[in-house]
Design a protein. Structure first.
Length: 474
């Protein structure tokens, strides 16, 4: 089976002549590199294990062409995505396919840090000396004197010198193989194909990080014919970016990690924690909730404890044997504004840790309630602190709303700061997602080195529980 799809669905739904055409301009080097990359993947028998990461840039639609595992990454973030794929699936062959505006500009920090890690990854770097996709702006690799949309008089010294990525990557300790090749004639294209094959083979064998820079033509923004563009690369680009191997180390295969574990004890151990005592061996999902994945958002000002409440709930869920994720997001304000954390608890696997439409919102301050209340879908639950939000304004209809004096309940216990634990008690009473005993076991375990504050936190949990269900007993 060909590594290319038989029809490219991006155009005309894959029908007719357009169903066999890419979006690249005539004479663009991407098509040549795509062909070579596909052939190498097929020759090495890697189609079922290859993962192509293509971020924003001219190659953004590569997933329409390559019949392999595909991931789209945000601009410049392909290396970070590639690390995730490689560590989650060590036997996969992960290939970052990036342009110069992406890799050498917005993604430079990710590129360097990933290269220095030295994980077996393959990076194909297309250097055409221009921001090709977004209008032909000056790129980090544009030549001195080169006229672009943002350097109409030509690049000058005040804009900095062209960035030589192959030499920069080769100077790091992590990479094992770095080469710069070109496409301007048949001989160079043969060398480029060999370099791609070697870079992928080094990864396949578990030897290390490989980086192939390819000088490529962009006739459209050079305003040249394909033939003249090839000549320009040879006569103008190559003197600035000399071809050849920049680094080639002989390294024994070393990357043979075991697949990641999803055992609760090991997951908690990664962050220096250990599970609370008494966790059940087999988790029982709360089927009364009607969903196999529950998303929650805890939001408040800095110091409200939203992040801590989210972490406690996530840990308790993991200790119960569920898959659970927590993503914190901190606002710029040290106080005021909104700081939030997204939490997912799933019976199986959490597929998306973000919670843009949370089933449950717990809001500790007015800005958080105003910002996120409308994102709760119909049938969802909104809990907010009526002590600090006495007039919440109009809230979306069709949601269950609990206005609870979280801060007052905590203050009545002597410590306003435990309002987040009050909120956890209220959340349990309202949703009953996890057993109260499990939440308290996690709380006691987290506070095992601070026994003096444990009674206060237990009382806070009970206060929240009884604010929703006066007959509840902890």
């Amino acid at each position: 089976m060909s590594v290319f799809y038989s029809n490219f669905a991006r155009h005309a739904h894959g029908e007719g002549l357009k169903g066999h055409s890419t979006h690249y301009c005539a004479g663009c080097g991407h098509g040549v590199v795509h062909r070579d990359l596909a052939e190498v993947i097929e020759e090495l028998g890697l189609q079922d294990t290859a993962i192509l990461v293509s971020p924003v840039g001219c190659a953004v639609f590569a997933h329409y062409y390559f019949n392999v595992g595909n991931t789209q990454a945000a601009h410049g973030r392909a290396p970070a995505v590639a690390i995730g794929h490689k560590l989650a699936h060590p036997a996969s062959t992960v290939i970052c396919y990036q342009g110069d505006g992406d890799l050498a500009s917005i993604g430079l920090a990710e590129t360097i840090s990933t290269a220095q890690m030295g994980l077996p990854l393959t990076v194909i770097f297309i250097n055409n000396a221009i921001y090709g996709m977004t209008g032909g702006q000056l790129a980090p690799t544009s030549l001195m004197g080169q006229k672009t949309a943002t350097s109409p008089d030509g690049r000058n010294a005040s804009m900095g010198q062209p960035l030589k990525m192959a030499e920069l990557i080769a100077s790091l300790d992590g990479p094992v193989y770095v080469e710069r090749v070109a496409l301007y004639d048949a001989r160079q294209r043969v060398k480029a194909r060999k370099a791609i094959r070697k870079a992928i083979t080094l990864q396949q064998e578990g030897r290390g990080y490989a980086f192939v820079e390819i000088l490529s033509e962009c006739p459209t923004h050079l305003k040249l014919s394909p033939t003249d563009a090839e000549k320009w690369v040879k006569e103008k680009m190559e003197p600035v970016y000399p071809l050849g191997v920049k680094k080639d180390l002989t390294v024994e295969p070393w990357f043979k990690p075991a697949p990641p574990s999803f055992e609760p004890a090991k997951i908690l151990g990664y962050c220096g924690a250990e599970p609370a005592a008494g966790s059940p061996a087999v988790a029982v999902w709360p089927f009364h909730l009607g969903k196999r994945d529950i998303s929650l958002k805890f939001a408040g000002a800095g110091g409200d404890g939203a992040q801590t409440a989210a972490l406690l709930l996530t840990r308790a869920a993991i200790e119960q044997g569920f898959d659970a994720t927590n993503i914190p997001s901190y606002g710029p304000e040290s106080r005021g504004g909104t700081s939030y954390a997204d939490v997912h608890v799933a019976a199986g696997e959490v597929l998306n840790p973000a919670a843009p439409e949370p089933d449950v919102l717990v809001a500790f301050n007015a800005p958080s309630l105003a910002k996120f209340a409308a994102s709760v879908p119909e049938g969802g639950l909104i809990i907010y602190d009526s002590t600090v939000i006495p007039a919440p304004g109009e809230l979306p209809a069709g949601r269950r709303v609990l206005a609870l004096p979280l801060t007052k309940l905590a203050s009545d216990l002597g410590r306003p700061m435990v309002k987040n634990v009050v909120a956890l008690g209220a959340l349990h009473a309202a949703v009953e997602m996890l057993p109260a005993a499990a939440l308290l076991a996690t709380l006691r375990h987290v506070l095992k080195d601070r026994p003096a504050v444990l009674p206060l936190n237990e009382a806070a949990f009970a206060a929240g529980l009884q604010a929703v269900n006066p007959f509840a007993v902890v």
